[in-house]
Design a protein around this ligand. Structure first.
Ligand code: PCP
Length: 394
């Protein structure tokens, strides 16, 4: 039996190395041909390439793009991560001799499409849930190699916490954990498991008791209220086969807790949670654990196009020529696109900043300020009463 190339290369997991990505090996083959042909014919134009898409989103993934292009003789202009962008607005622009970065288009788009898709979905969930909590629970639905990227992008989009422990190593963010059914099953009964968790886990960690393992949620809520002194929240991860009228189940759980003096206990919902579930249940739930709907978010379909060549306008059909700047009226959250060389309009601020000059990174990116920027725009959307516009299904 032929050994897999991965094992031949003594790889434990089939994951291209950081070096593979940095060398541009995770590229589409037609860029290899393009390099070959242009070099053979000594063609290497100085181009302006813009990244745009036909939908709105929350911009994320720039940090990796800058690290990828660092050291190459290119200039990069971009919106700061966390920026809300509208259709057809350039979010990133690379200026340089085409052959110096051609093969990196695949990775540039991969970093931006994936991260911005997750950030957008997280933004929609946070916008939908108002002051209630949203947690990213979905790295188990994706390849572990990208778990840190998923959690970073979800935080940029506005989630209140992330479940993957890797976030502590790479993001310096404390990950949040409740308890899985496996803990209850290991002890064989709910009370022993809940009590053991309370005895062993640091008291700073909320006591979020899982109440749907063996019995009806109401029954397990009563069990918890009658046997546990400290209950911060109860988690309902009710299997879809038993979900029926979820609102009624939650109302019963809240009532049984209240009449037993546990009216401060928060309600935590998880398991197949979609945006419409948050909209329907945000008035009676306090927190949502969202997996697939965030981590497997549809990537943003960014494209990267040459819009100027050797100083001349040259965009393909469907794209607008010329290097462009986006100007924002922050009061109305309305944008205007102009040529980069045109005058700045009154009362509007330029969105694209120069992040790299000749391969030198000029502005450091960090996900915390990106998150603040996203949440600031969310506040403006709420003030303008434009939630529906951003929650509408696309
Ligand atoms: C998992 C976890 C979350 C689910 C998955 C998130 O549930 O508790 O609720 O992913 P989703 O949004 O894609 O459904 P289970 O694996 O059913 O339960 P356990 O808590 O035992 O891990």
């Amino acid at each position: 039996m032929e050994e897999s190339r991965a094992s031949v290369m003594n790889m434990k997991f089939l994951i291209p190395t950081q070096d593979d990505i940095a060398k541009g090996l995770t590229t589409d083959k037609y860029f290899i041909w393009t390099e070959k042909v242009l070099k053979a014919k000594n063609v290497n134009p100085r181009v302006v390439m813009e990244v745009t898409t036909s939908e709105w989103g929350i911009f994320a993934g720039l940090e990796d793009v800058l690290n990828l292009l660092e050291g190459l003789p290119v200039d990069v202009y971009a919106m700061p991560e966390g920026s809300l962008f509208f259709p057809h607005e350039p979010v990133l622009t690379v200026v340089g001799n085409y052959l110096d970065f051609a093969r990196f288009e695949t990775a540039i788009l991969g970093f931006l499409c994936h991260a911005s898709g997750i950030a957008k979905q997280s933004f929609k969930f946070k916008l939908a849930c108002g002051d209630k909590k949203i947690y990213s629970f979905g790295t188990r639905r994706a390849h572990p190699a990208i778990s840190a990227m998923i959690e970073r992008s979800a935080l940029i989009g506005g989630v209140d916490g992330v479940s993957n422990f890797i976030a502590e190593k790479y993001l310096g963010v404390e990950s949040i954990g409740t308890m899985p059914h496996a803990l209850i099953i290991s002890f064989g009964d709910q009370i022993s498991a809940w009590k053991a968790f309370d005895e062993v886990v640091d008291e700073r960690v909320p006591r979020t008791l899982l109440i749907d393992t063996y019995f009806d949620e109401k029954t397990e809520a009563i069990l918890a209220a009658e046997n546990l002194s400290r209950i911060d929240a109860v988690r309902l991860d009710t299997p879809s086969s038993r979900r029926g009228n979820f609102r009624k189940i939650i109302e019963e759980v809240k009532w049984e807790l209240k009449i037993r003096g546990k009216d401060k206990v928060r309600i935590f919902l998880s398991g197949g949670i979609r945006l419409e579930d948050v909209i329907k249940l945000r008035d009676i739930a306090d927190a949502f654990g969202v997996g697939t709907a965030i981590s497997a978010a549809k990537p943003i379909d960014f494209a990267m196009d040459i819009v100027e060549k050797d100083g001349k306008f040259c965009a393909k059909r469907g794209k607008k020529s010329g290097m462009k700047q986006v100007y924002r009226d922050w009061n109305k959250l309305e944008d205007e696109i102009r040529l980069f060389s045109d005058e700045k309009p009154e009362g509007k601020e330029p969105m694209l900043k120069k992040f790299m000059e000749n391969g030198k990174i000029l502005i450091k990116t960090d996900f915390r300020s990106a998150r603040e920027l996203a949440l600031k725009q969310m506040e403006i959307i709420r003030k303008l009463g434009r939630e529906e516009e951003f929650l509408a299904s696309e």
